[in-house]
Design a protein around this ligand. Structure first.
Ligand SMILES: [Zn+2]
Ligand SMILES: [Zn+2]
Length: 259
């Protein structure tokens, strides 16, 4: 758990007022500093006093809330700053992005390397491989390090020659090549080897029988996913491990264009 002194607080600042009026406007325009506490609450420092906000219980220690029961400007301000990703939500903690070192807000129980919003990949995101220029679709981001994930060959992702320019500590991203014919096989990449595209094009996952998002990482680790390099991809017999009843999750990966 991170010490509160090291958790990021928002600047003591005003936010753009937009079209807001009343408390909603004051929540934005009055200078405040918001600091997460360790118990999922927030301290809000204003020029007029310091209050403690609980956004989950919708309470604040200020007189406006205590006496009038109002959704006061402090409660609103905390909600705004969470929405705008200036501070972590109650169920989140600060972390450092494994690619750029910027702040990232991740689930409290998250372990392993993490990515900031700029370097995170959504499932279905269409990306390009910086090494080959090939187009891929992301199956999912993991929180397992490139120097810890082994391919079926028994080699670690980070040890592949084509991955030498990317951080060994980075999380592995699983993706499929769009020019592969379905059923497409998954490959592993260090996160920064994949580049997001302008406009963030995205496909919808489909054809994934027997698999739900609730499946744990552990079950995925038993899946015979493929390795991460195009040279190896070419060298692999594309049908060798597609025996019925075998690595069915590999075959279950499919994408459908929504655009
Ligand atoms: Zn208040
Ligand atoms: Zn980053």
């Amino acid at each position: 758990m991170t010490h509160p002194a090291h958790t990021p607080a928002s600047q003591h600042t005003r936010l753009p007022a937009a079209d807001a009026t009343g408390r909603a406007r004051r929540a934005r325009t009055e200078p405040m500093t918001v600091r997460p506490l360790r118990d999922r609450r927030y301290v809000v420092e204003t020029d007029g006093g310091t209050y403690v906000v609980d956004v989950e219980r919708r309470t604040c220690t200020c007189p406006d809330h205590a006496i009038r029961g109002a959704r006061c400007k402090h409660l609103r301000r905390v909600a705004i700053e969470i929405t705008e990703r200036r501070i972590p939500a109650p169920h989140e903690r600060p972390a450092v992005c494994a690619v750029c070192g910027d702040d990232a807000f991740v689930p409290l129980d998250a372990t392993g390397p993490q990515l900031c919003a700029r370097h995170t990949f959504e499932s279905g995101a269409v990306v390009t491989d910086r090494e080959t220029g090939s187009a891929l679709a992301v199956v999912r981001s993991t929180t397992r390090r490139a120097d810890a994930v082994e391919t079926r060959e028994g080699r670690v992702v980070a040890d592949y020659e084509t991955n030498r320019h990317y951080g060994r500590h980075e999380p592995v991203v699983e993706a499929v090549y769009l020019d592969d014919r379905p059923p497409r096989r998954r490959y592993y990449f260090p996160a920064s080897r994949l580049r997001r595209l302008p406009g963030e094009p995205r496909l919808t996952l489909s054809d994934r029988p027997g698999r739900t998002d609730a499946e744990s990482d552990d079950s995925d680790e038993t899946i015979a996913d493929e390795n991460d390099t195009t040279t190896d991809r070419v060298g692999v017999d594309d049908t060798s491990d597609r025996t019925p009843g075998g690595t069915n999750d590999c075959e279950a990966v499919g994408f459908e264009s929504t655009a």
